[in-house]
Design a binder for this molecule. Structure first.
Ligand code: DX5
Length: 225
């Protein structure tokens, strides 16, 4: 009975992606998130080198951090992320994620993040096989499967991502890892059910939340899955 109650009480972690927010009224969007059921605020830092877009840097994140009542889930979409780990650990950071494709000494970077008591994540691009994570999966707290090519919000979900969730879930179970699976890109109410059913723990959504007239309801709808 206890297990059943635990199971019924479980819901997905929802992390709205601030990239799709209104940067002219950022404080409004952050207040909306503060009073919503969102769990984390997802923050994509882009450098115009690892991805073909530049998003924002420290002054904007300082501001988000000062207003947010929710912890930050920061994804460094930048080359050589090890150069900036310290800068992003000083916030109310729940998860700090680096890209597999951008890191030469991934194991060292992961240990650096974890030694500060922050969850360590690794993101992989749509073309990257999840098997590339097999030697590090037991060290990770989170894997972010990019379900669009990183760089822009509002893109179409790549259907093969669901197969990657299944494959990754198998790997996590077989290695007895506690790593969470996050899916980022084109997530909405139409694909979230299948994603969660197959093992996704964290749903990142940008446009589905911020480009809607009912952002809080949309967060709730993802939470209820
Ligand atoms: C893409 C970003 C995503 C994006 C998600 O580079 O990593 O986080 O903001 O936004 P949607 O949900 O609109 O694809």
């Amino acid at each position: 009975l206890f297990r059943l109650i635990l199971f019924l009480g479980m819901s997905s972690i929802v992390a709205p992606s601030i990239l799709s927010a209104d940067f002219g009224n950022l404080s409004n969007d952050i207040s909306m998130l503060n009073t919503s059921k969102a769990d984390w605020i997802h923050i994509d830092v882009m450098d115009g080198h690892f991805v073909p877009n530049i998003s924002f840097g420290m002054p904007v994140i300082d501001f988000i951090n000062s207003l947010s009542k929710k912890p930050l889930d920061i994804n460094l979409m930048i080359s050589k992320p090890e150069r900036y780990i310290e800068n992003f650990l000083k916030y109310n950071t729940k998860v700090l994620t680096v890209h597999l494709e951008a890191s030469k000494h991934l194991h060292r970077t992961i240990q650096h993040i974890k030694s500060n008591g922050v969850m360590a994540g690794v993101a992989i691009n749509p073309h990257t096989d999840v098997n590339n994570l097999s030697e590090i999966i037991t060290d990770l707290d989170l894997v972010c499967l990019m379900s669009v090519n990183p760089g822009f919000g509002g893109q179409k979900f790549i259907e093969n991502s669901l197969n990657k969730v299944k494959k990754l879930k198998k790997m996590i179970l077989s290695k007895n890892s506690k790593c969470k699976i996050q899916v980022d890109g084109g997530v909405n109410i139409l694909n979230a059910g299948q994603l969660v059913k197959n093992g996704t723990d964290v749903l990142v959504a940008g446009n589905f939340i911020f480009k809607s007239d009912t952002p809080k309801e949309n967060i709730n709808s993802l939470k209820k899955i």
